[in-house]
Design a binder for this molecule. Structure first.
Ligand code: HMG
Ligand code: MG
Length: 317
């Protein structure tokens, strides 16, 4: 074999694919934060309980944010108090500031998430401060979490494009991710908030970011506005990334990101990973039970292609 062919083999994307992927289910948070119908806390808790029954182990459960900014997430403490908590399951909450972290601790969240952006426009619109101010604001949030042994995850939004500032430089994503990681976030989730990314551009972001934040500390949080999310996930897996955020039934969107539609659907991700022989620990039938439950509550059809096809097949059998 020539040296050239040895080199190209060791670089083949399949060689980097993980054998196991951790799914972070964001349906009860990202999925329900932008819905016309405001879902009651007890129903949000029931969704989280059904998702936990499907084998998902990491559940974004709600947000302790201003109810004036996101009324759909109001009374998140009641979501937490209505959970049938299972051991070894992470019930996490968004905490934009100290007040949010205090509320999350009082509610018994097992993990917190801080969130900022690679673009100034979205940061201002979403959390009413600059990127630098957001990082300063997170310092006491992380300190309080650490006092209580609560792991903190970080989100960087607008990794491809911002609805206010246009395209994002991958080096800016790398720089903010590194700051969050060095501040104490155990993982940094990269948000394609408005779903404009394509595989080549997402790979550039991962290449730049993983130079300063290890790939095993990065997660993919891709919205599916332009139908690119699964392709972007595959490209990310090929780069060695193994944590994927997704939302049951493809629900999701951010009220401060105009035009953003749902997250990639968990059912679509599980279907693809199962087909590729990659382990997730998720039971598809039970996941569909959770998806059908929340779609019935919202009076909408699922946005998951795999979910719709499997439900139709199950009915016709
Ligand atoms: P602000 O107006 O600058 O805050 O908002 P403030 O400190 O001046 O306080 C204003 C009022 O909010 C006060 O109440 C505070 O008590 C209250 P008032 O005295 O006027 O009645 N307040 C709070 N209430 C509840 N919980 C809190 C809290 N903090 C202050 N934690 C703030 C700043 C961060 C609070 C606001 O901008 C906010 O809540 N933003 C949240 C926006 C949000 O949740 N967006 C969606 C999630 S991010 C996302 O979806 C992207 C992601 O999925 C990744 C991706 O897709 O890219 C994660
Ligand atoms: Mg999101």
């Amino acid at each position: 074999m020539s040296p050239k062919s040895v080199q190209s083999k060791s670089k083949s994307p399949e060689n980097k694919l993980p054998t196991k992927v951790r799914i972070v289910e964001v349906g009860a948070r990202d999925g329900l934060q932008n819905t016309k119908l405001h879902v009651a806390p007890a129903i949000r808790a029931q969704l989280v309980n059904l998702l936990a029954d499907s084998g998902l182990t990491h559940l974004d459960t709600g947000s302790f944010v201003s109810p004036r900014y996101v009324p759909q997430m109001a009374n998140a403490d009641q979501v937490f108090s209505n959970l049938n908590r299972k051991p070894n399951i992470v019930y996490s909450a968004l905490t934009p500031n100290l007040k949010g972290m205090e509320m999350a601790l009082a509610a018994g969240a097992s993990e917190a998430a801080i969130f900022t952006s690679a673009s100034e426009g979205f940061c201002q619109s979403n959390i009413n401060c600059s990127i630098a101010e957001s990082l300063k604001r997170f310092e006491p949030v992380i300190a309080l979490a650490q006092q209580h042994n609560i792991p903190v995850r970080g989100y960087v939004s607008c990794i491809d494009r911002c609805p206010y500032d246009g395209s994002t430089n991958p080096e800016q994503v790398a720089s903010i991710s590194q700051e969050l990681y060095q501040m104490g976030c155990y993982e940094v989730s990269l948000g394609d908030t408005i779903g404009t990314g394509t595989p080549t551009r997402i790979k550039k972001v991962l290449e730049a970011t993983s130079r300063s934040t290890p790939m095993e500390k990065l997660a993919a949080h891709y919205h599916n506005t332009y139908g690119q999310a699964l392709a972007n996930i595959l490209a990310s897996l090929e780069e060695g990334l193994a944590v994927i955020d997704s939302s049951v039934a493809g629900l999701g969107g951010c009220p401060y990101a105009p035009g953003a539609s749902g997250n990639v659907a968990t059912e679509d991700v599980i279907y693809m990973l199962q087909g590729m022989g990659i382990e997730t620990g998720v039971n598809m039938d039970r996941l569909l039970t959770a998806a059908n439950f929340i779609c019935r509550e919202l009076g909408i059809e699922s946005r998951s292609a795999a979910g719709l096809a499997l439900t139709k097949n199950n009915r016709s059998q």
